[in-house]
Design a protein around this ligand. Structure first.
Ligand SMILES: [Mg+2]
Length: 130
């Protein structure tokens, strides 16, 4: 295990405003965490496999694969399977939340982001508590 390795979070999101907001949240509330960014699922999967981040925040509505398909690929890859994944979606129905739980996500947050709740969820997942 490397000492002083910076914790890394990969955010997969196609919406630029959400990406900018997340960047701002990390800069302000999680300054010691390195935020990696991907605008498509394909790029996100590639970066996940290459960098093995400590946490992935995954938008459900992506232009290439949807978040569930991307999650399935992460789960089917032994390298990325252990990484916790926090789903982010505009879909807030009870059935959407249940679907996300069944898909193996470590958490599910709805847009628009609640800054405090998001920060706390990320902190908890990085600390290995859920
Ligand atoms: Mg989207």
């Amino acid at each position: 295990m490397l000492v002083d390795r910076k914790q890394t979070v990969l955010y997969v999101e196609d919406n630029h405003l959400n990406m900018a907001l997340m960047h701002h949240i990390f800069k302000k509330n999680l300054p010691s965490v390195l935020l990696l960014k991907a605008e498509t699922a394909a790029l996100g999967l590639q970066i996940a496999r290459r960098t093995l981040p400590d946490l992935i925040i995954l938008d459900i509505g992506l232009p290439d694969l949807n978040g569930y398909e991307a999650m399935e690929r992460l789960q089917n890859d032994e390298l990325t399977r252990p990484i916790p994944v926090l789903a982010i979606s505009a879909f807030a129905q009870r059935s959407d939340i249940e679907r996300a739980q069944n898909a193996g996500f470590s958490g599910y947050m709805t847009k628009p982001f609640q800054v405090k709740a998001l920060t706390e969820a990320v902190e908890k997942l990085l600390a290995g508590i859920d």
